[in-house]
Design a protein around this ligand. Structure first.
Ligand SMILES: NC(=O)c1ccc[n+]([C@@H]2O[C@H](COP(=O)([O-])OP(=O)(O)OC[C@H]3O[C@@H](n4cnc5c(N)ncnc54)[C@H](OP(=O)(O)O)[C@@H]3O)[C@@H](O)[C@H]2O)c1
Length: 321
């Protein structure tokens, strides 16, 4: 099996490198993995990407790359669409013509965020900003490319996730940085969603993708193609997440000027940003949980704050050492 992972320096790409190091070490599986980042290939240059595909001939592509600058996307429409829609379509077309499979990631921002229920995968998309529109287009182009193929050996999965944190810039790191010397923080308390650990998402994806053969070889599962929601259990707001991060950091021994009580809840209308965000990013994971069970996978969906605890205490440990 040859696996190509794009976006190697992003949060999810780094999490995949750790996960695959763990998964494939000591296994006698014939797995060849290539991780590519911006320095290996600017994805906006499709001919460079084509060269890599042609030369490496992957049987599985994990597209962890994306244009994720939500606010900047409002000004960089074309680049956002190239990376988030044209590139995924290109990868999908490669997959269907080369007996390969594609694992891709999308976002809660494909929804308009109306209502307060948990969105299922078949809910109509209505993105509010350019980033969400570009990701929704990418989903659509992948589904179209695979729907035109009769090849049962090629499959795709699109995992929609939300509020990702891992190795890289993210909301939790920003809050902890600000909390170091500010006596008060104001954080949005009326946008609801689920923080997702990049490490957990990579492990969940690997569990979805790979099973063991009778002689303990790691094999690609016959997973059903489709869109899935992939987030931990529970729900919170940005304010809830900030409070949890500061609480855990203080308990772990980090010296912060901000106490939990100093984190003030504000409405989104008081914190204006260039791109509109959904007020409700809750997504139901029932479809993915059932599919994992049917595949014989063992992944759990822990409550979001258990994973935040692991992440923040590890961050603090690294900072204190
Ligand atoms: N982050 C979130 O909160 C969030 C929420 C919902 C869904 N998602 C989705 O989850 C997936 C993983 O997100 P993430 O948080 O890991 O994103 P990330 O940390 O921003 O990583 C994205 C990676 O893509 C690379 N990339 C972007 N444009 C490129 C180009 N032109 N050529 C080559 N590489 C390029 C970036 O390279 P550089 O490092 O060089 O910039 C970066 O390493 C994405 O599909 C994203 O849309 C993320």
């Amino acid at each position: 099996m040859k696996i190509l992972v794009t976006g190697k320096d992003g949060q999810l790409g780094r999490a995949f490198q750790k996960e695959f190091q763990r998964l494939f070490q000591n296994k006698h599986s014939k797995v060849d993995i290539r991780y590519i980042g911006r320095q290996d290939c600017n994805l906006a240059d499709l001919s460079a990407l084509e060269n890599i595909l042609h030369e490496f001939q992957p049987s599985l592509i994990i597209n962890a790359a994306a244009y994720t600058a939500v606010d900047k996307a409002e000004q960089e429409h074309d680049l956002a669409f190239t990376i988030n829609a044209v590139v995924p379509e290109f990868l999908a077309k490669y997959a269907v013509t080369h007996n390969a499979s594609l694992m891709h990631y999308s976002t809660d921002y494909v929804f308009d965020g109306e209502g307060s229920d948990f969105y299922s995968e078949d809910r109509a998309v209505r993105p509010l900003g350019v980033y969400g529109k570009s990701k929704a287009k990418g989903e659509c182009l992948i589904v179209d490319a695979f729907s035109q193929s009769n090849n049962a050996d090629t499959r795709y999965a699109i995992f929609r996730t939300s509020w990702v944190y891992g190795e890289g810039g993210n909301f939790i790191r920003t809050i902890l940085r600000l909390a170091k010397d500010r006596s008060e923080l104001k954080v949005i308390a009326d946008q609801f969603g689920v923080p997702t650990s990049a490490d957990w998402l990579a492990a969940l994806s690997a569990d979805f993708l790979f099973g063991l053969s009778a002689d303990s070889q790691i094999l690609l599962r016959d997973f059903p193609s489709g869109i899935y929601h992939a987030v931990p259990a529970g729900e919170t707001t940005w304010h809830g997440l900030a409070c949890e991060a500061v609480k855990i950091a203080r308990e772990s021994g980090l010296s912060l000027a901000t106490e939990v009580a100093d984190i003030k809840a504000i409405p989104a209308t008081e914190y204006s940003l260039p791109a509109p965000r959904p007020m409700n990013s809750r997504m139901s994971t029932q479809k993915l949980q059932k599919t994992l069970k049917d595949l014989g996978a063992v992944s759990k969906f822990p409550v979001w704050n258990e994973l935040v605890r692991d992440y923040v205490s590890e961050l603090v440990k690294k900072q204190l050492n």
